[in-house]
Design a protein around this ligand. Structure first.
Ligand code: DMJ
Length: 559
């Protein structure tokens, strides 16, 4: 059933924010000192990120920071007043079919949540066939990835009871005192992003304090000669290092990444969340983007692997899909989140997109536009499902491209989104494969057995949502509805939703995983596709790469 409509933003619950924890303030201040003199001094002013030119040193041995400012307090009330639209929209008259479709997606979310809660609460993800939980090895001992990823979707869908269940789990059971190897990227986009979004949407203090506490545990990953973090970090307490946990706070590169390199899409996908940690704690963080801006780029392209020691590229593999994807996304979103003030990010985005278009964008014999991958100058005519976010990204940037370029980018975004839709339409299940190719006579289809699976990924419906908001062409809602029907038919099982192993058979086997991003992203973007534009308006919010909404800085949060 549909819940009562939300009141306008001004009437929604507000909660005062006490001062940020002193320990984090001091640590972030130390990090800021390492990066150079702060660009701000006024208490409570918008924090500026610092240049990453200086060599970052381990914090140990640094003189204690002197408290010279008044205790920082983030003003949540003032932030809420700065929003231009109520977060859950005003819902003017809409047609019954749109509403019914939205309600169907809400029912799917409730089903996904209820089954996770019943069989896997406290584990990271649900195994819907075996009806148990999955922990995985990406989150360094943290639990409840689905809870944290689902919070804002439950809230936006007005699943109030379920939101309270999730909140209660965070309050009572979400333990940050863990010791294990975590992906810095995954913890950042899912946990930090999810907690920040839940805080900004509701003002509930618990989400902010957990985000700040967890953010602090990630800081040691930035202690490299360039400030570019490594991919894996141990989340154990640093003060227990010698006793129980020899690796606590240490970081290292993925074993599979060439020559100890860091991954573009990983270190390039921290900026939005860390700016907000900075905003909420009152302290600046280091801006690793400066290193990337300075280093020479082959043909203007950004390779996927960079040494955190030398700041040089390690290998010339360029991809707008896996390993590269969200780096580009965070450039345009950094600019939008800064209320269009971060012109460095915008220029880097514009230049990167131009190079991508010049070198990677191709048209197939059948007239489909796609983005190939690049290996030292040789093109691989393959597009991953992950790369399908780019239709939405280019749509988002198109509006701000200047009159003469705008239509060009709207067309490019529409063509790429159409190609990704074709990868779905050409399968038997009407769901798309993990990767599809444009070679050996193939068009928008997987040609390898290992690329035929679908794991409930969001990128294609993400692009439908942005294209809908940009153009209001009804075909995007139609395409989104086709995905809903296919998910119901092929991925819904008795106890949740599962990925499938082969999109080219109408009787696919299931992979027994309900990914947390299905609740964070896939269902959220589908729901928003059938909402009015003022629900999580793009005037007020940018979505992190896990679809967690973070607010645009309209006011510099000044009184
Ligand atoms: C999500 O965790 C994020 O969207 C990330 O950027 C890429 N992979 C998954 C979804 O496919």
């Amino acid at each position: 059933t549909d819940l009562p409509r939300s009141p306008p933003a001004a009437a929604e619950p507000r909660h005062a924010s006490p001062a940020a924890p002193r320990r984090l303030r001091e640590k972030l201040r130390t990090a800021a000192r390492m990066a150079g003199p702060p660009a701000h001094t006024a208490p409570g002013s918008r924090l500026q990120v610092q240049g990453g030119e200086r060599r970052a040193q381990p914090a140990t041995g640094a003189p204690p920071a002197r408290e010279t400012r008044a205790p920082f307090r983030f003003d949540y009330e003032r932030f809420r007043r700065s929003l231009r639209h109520p977060v859950r929209g005003r819902r003017p008259g809409e047609d019954p079919e749109t509403r019914a479709r939205r309600m169907k997606i809400k029912e799917m979310m409730k089903f996904a949540w209820d089954n996770y809660k019943q069989y896997a609460l406290g584990k990271n993800e649900l195994r819907p066939l075996t009806k148990n939980g999955h922990i995985g090895n990406m989150f360094g001992g943290l639990r409840g990835a689905t809870v944290v990823d689902a919070l804002d979707t439950l809230y936006i869908m007005e699943l109030e009871e379920e939101f309270q269940e999730a909140k209660k789990w965070v309050e009572k059971s979400f333990d940050l005192n863990v010791n294990g190897e975590a992906s810095l990227f995954e913890v950042n986009i899912r946990y930090i992003g999810g907690l920040l979004a839940a805080y900004y949407l509701t003002g509930e203090e618990v989400f902010k304090s957990k985000a700040l506490e967890l953010g602090e545990k990630l800081l040691p990953a930035f202690n490299t000669p360039t400030g570019i973090p490594r991919g894996v970090i141990n989340l154990g307490r640093q003060d227990t290092r010698s006793l129980f946990s020899p690796c606590s706070g240490m970081s290292w590169s993925w074993g599979w990444a060439s020559a100890g390199s860091s991954i573009l899409a990983e270190f390039g996908t921290l900026h939005l969340e860390f700016l907000h940690l900075s905003e909420l704690s009152g302290n600046p963080v280091m801006n690793i983007r400066k290193v990337l801006n300075r280093v020479e780029k082959p043909q203007g392209l950004y390779p996927n692997f960079l040494s955190p020691v030398t700041g040089n590229w390690v290998q010339h593999h360029v991809s707008i899909g896996g390993l590269g994807d969200s780096f580009y996304e965070y450039l345009i979103k950094s600019w939008l989140m800064s209320d269009k003030k971060d012109s460095e990010a915008k220029k880097m985005y514009d230049d990167a997109l131009e190079a991508i278009e010049r070198h990677l964008v191709k048209k197939s014999a059948g007239g489909l536009t796609y983005i190939a991958e690049w290996r030292g100058g040789i093109l691989d005519h393959k597009m991953g499902h992950l790369a399908c976010f780019s239709g939405g990204m280019i749509a988002l940037g198109a509006e701000h491209a200047g009159e003469e370029r705008k239509q060009h980018y709207v067309n490019l975004a529409a063509e790429i989104t159409n190609t990704c839709h074709e990868s779905y339409a050409r399968s038997d299940t009407k769901l798309g494969p993990e990767a599809f190719r444009f070679d050996a006579g193939s068009e928008a289809m997987a040609t390898r057995l290992s690329e035929r699976y679908y794991i409930l990924r969001p990128e294609v419906v993400e692009s439908y949502m942005y294209m809908w908001r940009l153009t209001h062409d009804p075909k995007y809602r139609q395409w989104g509805w086709e995905v809903v029907k296919a998910l119901e038919k092929h991925c819904r099982v008795e106890a949740g939703f599962s990925g499938i192993r082969d999109v080219y058979t109408t009787t696919p086997t299931h992979d027994n995983m309900q990914q947390s991003f299905f609740l964070a992203e896939t269902l959220k973007y589908l729901y928003l596709l059938f909402c009015e534009d003022d629900v999580l308006s793009l005037d007020d919010w940018v979505f992190n790469t896990e679809a967690h909404p973070l607010p645009v800085n309209h006011t510099n949060f000044k009184a």
